[in-house]
Design a binder for this molecule. Structure first.
Ligand SMILES: Nc1ncnc2c1ncn2[C@@H]1O[C@H](COP(=O)(O)OP(=O)(O)O)[C@@H](O)[C@H]1O
Ligand SMILES: [Mg+2]
Length: 312
């Protein structure tokens, strides 16, 4: 197996009394899109800044491309779209990339081929000679990514890439991120917006007050364990009482029925029972919750203990 593109172990950071990170462990494989999610103040930006060597005096382990975080040779292989960045508005997309390419020491020949290719990747090819002043927020974010691609990085950090961007602009940013993945780059993105992240991330971690509270593949996290929706042919009714006698938890769900499985139960006896009754099964799916539902549920679970009575 390949070495992880980046990894942290028990990462902890304090700003005075504020514990921004309280022991965060994660690992991202090369070529993956990883989403670090959480409310504002959860510690997402701090984690990126540690990996990039911007933030110092932290505890634990942090490695990027096999090297301890902050090594400058590694930074040359990394791209970064910071939160709330701004470019001078008198540039056009193309002139900005020329300028940053020169700053980064990208040769004239490479700039000549790379700039149009990058503007194509980020979907700005047709606007490259327009002044940034006239760009939408989404276009500015995509130009920010274009700038971060000038030195052809392997790993790209995107801090809140869709913050303040309208729905169409967000979709364009998602398309762009998938393009970056298709180019075999590793993408680490921070976001407090969940709904859109589940559409493109391979894995996500949910950070809350500096702790990782959930982590995994999006598909796995959003599967509700042991819950099925059952639908029968029109006009047929599920014998709920009979199923309850068989010890299943059944509840109506619109035109359908929701069946919760206990730990040791499977759905097969339900299917057998439906068939034995001469009923026609038309719909059987495992129920999924959205990442947003999962996130809100996680917040509730975690916040509940603080409501315990104050000891006397
Ligand atoms: N330079 C800093 N000085 C003091 N506190 C900071 C600094 N940077 C971040 N914090 C605090 O650390 C916590 C985590 O912040 P941050 O990593 O920016 O979270 P997020 O990116 O998830 O919104 C917050 O409580 C924030 O106020
Ligand atoms: Mg942040």
């Amino acid at each position: 197996m390949n070495a992880p593109a980046l990894e942290t172990r028990d990462l902890a950071k304090r700003y005075g009394k504020i514990e921004a990170l309280r022991g965060v462990s994660l690992s991202v494989e090369p070529g993956e899109i990883y989403g670090l999610l959480g409310q504002n103040g959860a510690g997402k930006t701090t984690l990126i800044k540690i990996l990039l060597g911007i933030t110092r005096n932290w505890k634990g382990e942090a490695r990027l491309l096999g090297q301890p975080a902050g090594k400058s040779a590694v930074l040359a292989r990394v791209g970064y779209l910071p939160e709330d960045h701004r470019f001078p508005e008198y540039h056009t997309g193309a002139s900005l990339l020329q300028f940053y390419g020169q700053l980064l020491g990208v040769s004239r020949d490479l700039r000549r081929t790379r700039i149009p290719a990058i503007l194509d990747t980020v979907g700005l090819a047709d606007r490259m000679h327009t002044k940034i002043r006239g760009y939408s927020k989404g276009m500015k974010q995509r130009l920010g990514v274009a700038q971060a691609l000038m030195h052809d990085p392997e790993v790209i950090f995107l801090d809140e890439p869709t913050d303040g961007v309208d729905p169409l602009g967000r979709k364009e940013i998602r398309t762009m991120i998938l393009q970056l993945k298709a180019q075999n780059r590793t993408i680490f993105l921070n976001s407090h917006l969940l709904g859109e992240v589940e559409l493109i991330c391979d894995r996500v971690g949910i950070l809350q007050k500096g702790r990782m509270v959930r982590e995994g593949e999006v598909a796995t996290l959003t599967r509700q364990k042991g819950s099925f929706l059952v639908g029968l042919a029109p006009g047929q009714t599920l014998p709920v009482a009979e199923l309850q006698k068989l010890d299943y938890v059944v509840a109506p769900y619109g035109e359908r029925w929701e069946i919760h499985l206990r730990d040791d139960q499977t759905i097969d006896p339900v299917v057998d029972f439906i068939r034995s009754q001469g009923l026609n099964l038309r719909h059987l799916v495992e129920k999924r919750q959205s990442l947003e539902d999962l996130f809100l549920e996680t917040l509730k679970e975690r916040e509940a203990p603080t409501q315990r009575p104050v000891p006397r």
